[in-house]
Write a protein that binds this ligand. Structure first.
Ligand code: SAH
Ligand code: SF4
Ligand code: F3S
Length: 456
């Protein structure tokens, strides 16, 4: 473990009264967290957040490469930034994140978009202040992609969006190498943070008004296997459950092959751990799961689901599903649809398989034609939406505990918050209850949210 040191951060904004930055983030919470850290470091260096990219002195694109469309968005943005840079040659443009962690990508970007000032990957993001100083002082570009991950760097300043709830990363990287997935190549092997550092971070958040934490990792169920002595994820849940002032604990992502009974029991037992499990299935066909290297069968997945339903009554179950994996037959796909019907998911992230260079599945024969992938995707989305709507309808008339997060996004006369099961609720209520746990009577269910009224 390394400790982030503040003395390396020299500010290069001497010549201007107030320099500003704008960060565009794609991808998952791992990237979100990295952006919060970049923002934290920049604020320590005296920068302020710009309202939009047109007014910023520094623009950072934090990229994702999990699917091709994530990469295409970055290219689109870079095209537009070229004009901004022409108008303001002082503008600094930086690229980081998972897409940049691939050396060939970084080289390609420098070739196609030579106006980019700085590129770094996920392994060395904590060195960003040093790179920024180099660019400012020498006005030359910095491209640095580290080949192997650093240990864990603690103490990097984090600039979090909400004070009421926070994401807390408990482990980095992934050891699973699902054959379609690029994440292990761009985020490295599993590294767990010490339970003490996690607890201290959460206690500090709670002292600033945080009531809910979501513990993050690509596979939180293998948390602590690399620590000496080993710490089980269920033990970590129990320790965090004892933190005074914290009200709710969530976690993601669970891998079906590692979700053990002790974790399910801990969720059932710990009063602060919410009844919500995100359990990506990817496919309902054992044949495809094998080719994906997921290490569980359809039957094993379903028996896990039944165990969860039995031990954690009313738990919301959500998932990730992919269609069009190489070799997926119509029968395999129908197995997925049937599994979705059988489980009755509260919601699901649905994806079209995207070939990723360097992953085994990219070289598999029997790649599925695009039109079939899209047709299957549309059929899947329909079934998933029906399932979500059915699950949401069951909330009508119920009274739910809500953690009030703020004003509704689309209607500022209403408040918004979530149930313990993670359902988004818009409701009429008292503005003074923001940050509080209250009771809301649910009057109506929509496909992706619920409507209600505060009763206490
Ligand atoms: N660690 C988590 C999530 C990782 S990425 C897990 O194992 O579940 C989030 C989701 O993106 C995955 O669950 C998967 O459904 C999807 N995904 C990953 N690689 C993909 C690819 N090449 N094409 C399409 N979807 C992909
Ligand atoms: Fe990717 Fe699989 Fe790791 Fe998830 S568990 S990040 S899908 S390799
Ligand atoms: Fe996340 Fe995308 Fe990287 S999904 S881990 S930001 S490749």
């Amino acid at each position: 473990m390394q400790e982030f040191t503040a003395d390396k951060q020299k500010c290069c904004n001497k010549n201007k009264i107030q320099k500003t930055f704008f960060i565009e983030t794609w991808g998952c919470q791992m990237n979100e967290e990295d952006s919060e850290k970049l923002s934290g470091m920049l604020k320590k260096m005296g920068y302020e957040e710009a309202k939009n990219k047109y007014h910023a002195d520094l623009i950072i694109l934090n990229t994702c490469c999990v699917r091709e469309n994530a990469e295409l968005k970055v290219y689109g943005h870079l095209g537009a930034l070229k004009n901004l840079k022409k108008r303001n040659p002082e503008l600094i443009i930086a690229l980081c994140g998972c897409m940049m962690q691939q050396k060939h990508m970084a080289e390609n970007i420098m070739k196609k978009f030579p106006f980019v000032d700085m590129i770094f990957g996920t392994y060395n993001a904590y060195k960003f202040p040093q790179y920024l100083n180099e660019v400012c002082q020498n006005r030359s570009s910095v491209v640095e992609i580290q080949n192997s991950e650093s240990g864990i760097v603690e103490g990097v300043p984090v600039d979090r969006e909400s004070t009421i709830k926070a994401f807390v990363t408990i482990m980095y990287g992934c050891n699973n190498f699902c054959t379609y997935c690029i994440v292990p190549y761009v985020r490295g092997r599993e590294r767990s943070r010490s339970p003490l550092n996690i607890e201290n971070e959460i206690k500090n958040l709670v002292s600033k008004g945080c009531r809910e934490v979501t513990l993050l990792g690509q596979n939180v169920n293998s948390y602590g296997k690399d620590l000496d002595p080993e710490v089980k994820f269920s033990e970590l849940l129990e320790r965090i459950n004892n933190i005074e002032g914290l009200e709710r604990i969530r976690f993601m992502t669970s891998h079906p092959k590692d979700l053990t009974d002790d974790v399910i029991d801990a969720v059932a037992k710990c009063d602060k751990v919410c009844e919500q499990i995100h359990l990506p299935v990817q496919s309902g066909s054992t044949n495809i799961l094998k080719k994906m290297n997921r290490n569980y069968s359809r039957e094993q997945y379903l028996s896990l689901i039944y165990k969860i339903k039995e031990k954690i009554p009313g738990a919301a179950i959500t998932t990730d599903i992919m269609v069009g994996f190489p070799g997926e037959s119509e029968k395999d796909f129908e197995d997925t649809l049937n599994l979705v019907r059988e489980v009755g998911y509260d919601s699901a992230f649905t994806f079209i398989y995207s070939r990723r260079r360097g992953t085994p599945a990219d070289k598999f024969e029997e790649q599925i034609p695009e039109d079939i992938k899209h047709e299957r995707f549309n059929r899947l989305v329909k079934i998933v939406n029906e399932s979500s709507a059915r699950k949401n309808r069951a909330y009508e008339g119920r009274t739910e505990e809500i953690l009030v997060e703020g004003l509704s996004k689309n209607d500022s006369t209403r408040l918004m918050g979530r149930t313990r099961t993670g359902k988004l609720v818009n409701f009429q209520g008292d503005v003074n209850s923001i940050g509080e746990l209250i009771k809301v009577k649910i009057s109506k269910a929509h496909s992706f949210s619920l409507l209600g009224k505060q009763i206490q």
